[in-house]
Design a protein around this ligand. Structure first.
Ligand code: NAD
Ligand code: UDP
Ligand code: UDP
Length: 317
């Protein structure tokens, strides 16, 4: 699509080489915008955006958001942060720095250039929730000193910074609380449940259920989520926080059984210890997103899994 000079925006996507970031870059480029993709390639491989390199509207910058960044842009999507537990626990201090210093730098940038800024927050701000499904007014149940705290508390502090920059400096913010999302370009070795189960099923290895497998998650397909990002960013005067995710809730065991069925795998189930502070249930209340953004997910788990399985199958060939 081609836009004229007045319609085209210069858009910064931090974490743009990651799973979600690369899909967002694709969509913004397809809409005709100029995209600056900033990434330190900690968890996002260059492969995710290889097809965009050489496109004159796409610019790739290797940069760590914990350091200041001076670019001239109209909009910012701040996605930089490892998202899978094994990656964010690999260097927990860097994880907190990425969320907190990264937010300060991107908010400072947004303040200077007067750009609207989107924050990829997370359902993890609710911790192991005592309220179910989770509504945005629930303050959460987070262990501040556990192994997940670098991520959970980092993201909570980033939300604080976003709202303080909004109140103190009038910044135009959008805070999205993203629930478990899956799809092509998830890292096959990132340890998240969907990628683990599909890779194990394709290799015929035992499927590793942590704990009883009766804990629940709600899985959103990536295309649905990116629709929500774009809708949120263009909706005036709505700052959030808004839950974004798919409210269809499944136990982890049900997910394993679906993956086995869809891959026609002979894998068996095996049970391992539940990681510390692993939430027992998680399901978004998306009433706000439905009303305010006029958005709701449309891809069923089975259909999204089929597309994701195809992606991982191609990787293993
Ligand atoms: P991802 O790990 O695939 O992507 C994160 C990207 O950020 C990677 O490309 C990584 O290299 C980059 N990055 C990490 N630290 C950086 C730094 N200091 N400077 C620059 N780049 C850095 O994860 P994702 O699933 O695409 O998640 C993207 C964002 O969405 C994250 O902020 C994550 O917390 C949030 N989120 C994702 C989910 C999900 O289910 N996928 C759920 C809730 C929130
Ligand atoms: N910053 C940045 N790019 C900019 C403007 C600011 O990276 O274009 C960083 C800068 O390093 C600063 C942070 O954002 O430390 C916060 O900026 P702000 O103006 O809010 O605060 P101050 O400069 O007063 O610390
Ligand atoms: N999980 C599992 N087996 C795996 C990977 C994860 O049973 O191989 C479980 C994990 O304990 C958690 C759920 O699946 O209860 C979702 O885990 P993930 O790491 O994908 O995301 P998060 O815990 O951050 O929601």
């Amino acid at each position: 699509m081609s836009l004229n000079l007045f319609e085209r925006k210069r858009i910064l996507v931090t974490g743009g080489a990651g799973f979600l970031g690369s899909h967002l870059c694709d969509r913004l480029i397809a809409q005709g915008h100029d995209v600056i993709c900033v990434d330190n390639f900690f968890t996002g491989p260059k492969d995710n955006i290889l097809h965009l390199i050489g496109n004159p509207r796409f610019e790739l910058m290797r940069h760590d958001v914990t350091f200041p960044l001076y670019v001239e842009v109209d909009e910012i999507y701040n996605l930089a942060c490892p998202a899978s537990p094994i990656h964010y626990q690999y260097d927990p201090v860097q994880t907190t720095k990425t969320s907190v210093h990264g937010a300060i730098n991107m908010l400072g940038l947004a303040k200077r250039v007067k750009a609207r800024i989107f924050q990829a927050s997370t359902s993890e701000v609710y911790g192991d929730p005592a309220v179910h499904p989770q509504t945005e007014d629930y303050w959460g149940n987070v262990n501040p000193i556990g192994p997940r705290a670098c991520y959970d508390e980092g993201k909570r502090c980033a939300e604080t910074l976003f709202f303080d920059y909004h109140r103190q400096h009038g910044l135009d913010i959008r805070v999205a609380r993203i629930f478990n999302t899956y799809g092509p370009r998830m890292h096959p070795a990132d340890g998240r449940v969907v990628s683990n189960f599909i890779m194990q099923a394709l290799k015929g290895e035992p499927i590793t259920l942590y704990g009883t497998g009766l804990q629940t998650r709600s899985f959103c397909y990536v295309d649905d989520l990116i629709d929500a990002f774009l809708a949120f960013m263009k909706t005036p005067d709505v700052i959030g926080p808004i839950n974004l995710g798919n409210p269809s809730e499944f136990t982890i065991k049900e997910l394993a059984e679906q993956v086995i069925r869809l891959t026609h795998s002979k894998s068996t189930l095996t049970f391992k210890d539940l990681p510390t502070d692993d939430p027992m249930q998680r399901c978004p209340d998306i009433t706000q997103a439905r009303h305010v953004l006029k958005w709701e997910p449309s891809v069923k788990l089975e259909d999204g899994l089929k597309k994701t399985i195809e992606y991982f199958r191609a990787l293993t060939r």
